[in-house]
Design a protein around this ligand. Structure first.
Ligand SMILES: *[C@@H]1O[C@H](CO)[C@@H](O)[C@H](O)[C@H]1NC(C)=O
Ligand SMILES: *[C@@H]1O[C@H](CO)[C@@H](O)[C@H](O)[C@H]1NC(C)=O
Length: 302
């Protein structure tokens, strides 16, 4: 996703790009906002920092605005957000996240604008909730500047509004809205605690959720934190999924590739795909699934 407007606003700010270390230290002493252990470096955004490669600018500052000191740490933490960007809940999601994970190289840190944060939060928080994640602390919008007070990172508001999904279009349940794409599925697996092959016996509505009762036979493909004895008792919930469409559940006869994680007292469905052996892509996914090494199995969307 290229964002031409960023290039324009960066050009205006270019004069402050190569400030001396002296100026940097002065600024730091004056504001005391961002205390770095060492002066920031400006490095190329690496291609495998998938969250931010192609965000619209090429270089990033390290440490970043989340106080990650090494690029390895940035990659590890950023990886768990990639699925959210794929969800396309808001066109500004990637920009918001990258303004923090991979900030543009400037003398002073440029934070995301509060309205951008709020717009992304309003669109994406319900989706994160569907996965059992609260809106994270690091994205508390109140701590970001208002654009009439301080310069900040934003996107063109008109573009932002016109690209947002129309509200009258009923959204597909997020865990059901996944492409048959190996990379996407592997990302989901890394954000989940287990992946199994099973059939679904019955689907019930329970409060705001849909409850998935599985058949006895459950073949684990990956158990990260789920124990074998818990697999036997496993019942899954499609969180806030009582009303949203989930096309996969229209036909229960076949096997599914199901992923989930434990939140509070429930196992939450994070992803569901038909077990489709006629799909080359699915075969490829299965091949990679068992050997794939995730950067982290910590919770996503922290
Ligand atoms: C935003 O984009 C619209 C249409 O592309 C344009 O008319 C408007 O001037 C832009 N606004 C800003 C602030 O760049
Ligand atoms: C997928 O693999 C199965 C065997 O595991 C094979 O029977 C099937 O033809 C393959 N499908 C495709 C599209 O390659």
């Amino acid at each position: 996703m290229k964002n031409p407007w960023i290039c324009i606003s960066l050009a205006l700010l270019h004069s402050s790009l190569y400030a001396s270390e002296y100026e940097y230290m002065t600024w730091r002493a004056d504001t005391g906002v961002q205390i770095y252990g060492k002066p920031p470096q400006c490095i190329d955004i690496p291609e495998d920092l998938r969250l931010c490669f192609n965000v619209g600018y090429d270089k990033m500052m390290l440490p970043n605005l989340l106080e990650h000191e090494t690029i390895a740490e940035v990659k590890q933490q950023a990886g768990s957000w990639v699925p959210l960007v794929h969800k396309a809940c808001h066109p500004g999601t990637q920009l918001l996240l990258c303004s923090l994970f991979a900030p543009v190289c400037l003398e002073k840190p440029l934070y995301p604008c509060r309205w951008l944060c709020e717009a992304v939060r309003d669109s994406c928080a319900p989706i994160m909730e569907a996965y059992g994640f609260p809106w994270p602390e690091m994205l508390t919008c109140d701590k970001f500047p208002q654009d009439d007070v301080l310069p900040c990172i934003a996107m063109n508001e008109t573009t932002s509004n016109s690209m947002a999904k129309p509200a009258d279009h009923p959204p597909v349940c997020p865990p059901c809205d996944n492409e048959m794409n190996t990379d996407v599925i592997l990302e989901h697996m890394c954000a989940s605690e287990f992946a199994i092959k099973t059939k679904i016996k019955e689907v019930k509505i329970e409060n705001l959720d849909r409850k998935l009762i599985l058949q006895k036979k459950r073949k684990p493909l990956k158990l990260v934190t789920l124990k074998k004895q818990d697999l036997k008792k496993l019942v899954l919930y499609l969180k806030n999924g009582a009303d949203c469409p989930c096309q996969q559940l229209d036909n229960l006869g076949k096997n599914f590739l199901i992923m989930g994680r434990f939140v509070g007292k429930q196992y939450i469905l994070t992803s569901i795909h038909k077990w489709d052996k006629s799909s080359k892509e699915f075969n490829k996914t299965l091949k990679k699934l068992k050997s794939h090494k995730c950067a982290t199995h910590e919770t996503v969307f922290k």
